[in-house]
Design a protein. Structure first.
Length: 107
């Protein structure tokens, strides 16, 4: 009985740690996206190489969000208000840049 209890606690602990790591990974991808977009939009022009890099990140974000809405949950969480605001600003800055149409995956 003690062994079963131990394995149950151990399994739950691993599940919680795994969930936290996925959330942190998602946050890092979003922060990386914001950083790349901010750098790319400084000159109001998105080059082909910048568009490719942004497209890769967009596809990662879309993939994460389609699996379990993790991106949406993070951006709606009050704890991540600054991240959400930075993401919105980054997305808006893309739309006003020459070369925006080169980015794949934006809907």
């Amino acid at each position: 009985m003690k062994i079963a209890y131990f394995f149950t606690i151990f399994s739950l602990t691993i599940l919680i740690i795994s969930s936290c790591n996925k959330k942190q990974d998602t946050e890092k991808i979003l922060e990386n996206f914001i950083s790349v977009v901010n750098t790319a939009t400084k000159d109001s022009t998105i080059s082909q190489s910048e568009a490719e890099e942004i497209s890769i990140l967009v596809n990662k974000i879309n993939s994460l969000d389609s699996k379990n809405n993790s991106v949406q949950k993070i951006l709606e969480d009050e704890e991540h208000k600054e991240l959400s605001e930075n993401m919105t600003t980054a997305m808006m800055s893309l739309f006003f840049c020459e070369g925006y149409e080169l980015i794949e995956g934006l809907e």
